[in-house]
Ligand binder design. Structure first.
Ligand SMILES: [Zn+2]
Length: 283
């Protein structure tokens, strides 16, 4: 099952409108990470904003990560996405009882897979995910971007709807178009309620008069695998791994992004570091 990111232009082509319909993705994350509704709301809104950011990645192998370190109860929130909009992440404290983002800062790493990754850091200005991302865009891209995101929950505290709307005036847009984009953002102050009542398609039609948009599917997706984890482990060095093996009998690795557990035994380590006799065998 997958969600949708919709792109179109409004205001005579002067404002880009992207809508992220992320209910399944946020719900999936909430379930695998066992998040309370407040933790899932804070995390989900970051994930929606990151899905938007990821849709502008240019290189096929591009990857984007954000880490929000703050004093609020959820603690650090990390979300990554790639060009295919495979989104993943985790929150430090999934049991948080409030979604308030405290003072802190956000670090965004964009890896276009050539040369050095771009790293941008900015202070969290408002304690509100939308405003913090708006500020990040203003600082890093020098572009006004108007954002509304929300996650709403059913009676059991499980994500029932999650979405975001992102408005960005195109370069050279008129003052009126910029103002219109801002007005739309302000008009959507009750975004969660609108999303719940009308769904993303209904909201786009009613508020923006948009019925057709370019669609891209996206979903929660982790890129971990036993081979990938083996690569990370082998970089720790043979001695370290053999020490853990002799102490614990196995090496257990938990992926924070998707909750998968991996186990490595002696034969796996032998495969990473073939014993000397095998190494010296002629080809
Ligand atoms: Zn994983």
């Amino acid at each position: 099952m997958s969600d949708k990111l919709l792109r179109t232009l409004i205001e005579d082509g002067q404002v880009s409108l992207v809508a992220v319909d992320g209910t399944e993705t946020v719900r999936h994350a909430q379930i695998i990470h066992n998040m309370t509704a407040p933790a899932a709301r804070a995390f989900g809104r970051v994930l929606l904003a990151m899905t938007y950011m990821s849709c502008w990645l240019k290189e096929e192998t591009g990857e984007l990560s954000a880490s929000i370190k703050h004093r609020g109860e959820t603690g650090e929130i990390c979300v990554s996405g790639d060009t295919l909009l495979r989104m993943r992440g985790y929150v430090y404290n999934p049991s948080a009882s409030t979604d308030v983002i405290g003072k802190g800062y956000m670090t965004v790493v964009r890896d276009d897979s050539y040369g050095k990754p771009f790293v941008g850091t900015c202070e969290l200005v408002d304690g509100d995910v939308d405003k913090d991302f708006e500020y990040y865009y203003r600082l890093s891209e020098q572009l006004p971007t108007y954002i509304r995101t929300d996650v709403v929950f059913d009676g059991n505290g499980l994500c029932k709807a999650a979405g975001g709307v992102f408005l960005q005036p195109m370069p050279g847009a008129s003052g009126m178009a910029v103002q219109a984009a801002q007005n739309f953002r302000d008009q959507l102050s009750d975004f969660g309620k609108l999303l719940e009542d009308k769904g993303m398609a209904g909201l786009l039609k009613e508020v923006f008069g948009v019925e057709n948009a370019q669609e891209t599917a996206f979903s929660y997706g982790c890129r971990c695998s036993k081979e990938y984890i083996a690569g990370v482990l082998s970089s720790m060095g043979e001695k370290e791994l053999r020490d853990i093996l002799s102490a614990e009998g196995k090496i257990s690795v938990h992926c924070h992004y998707c909750g998968s557990d991996y186990e490595f035994k002696e034969e796996d380590v032998n495969e990473m570091f073939p014993p000397a006799t095998e190494k010296e065998q002629p080809q």
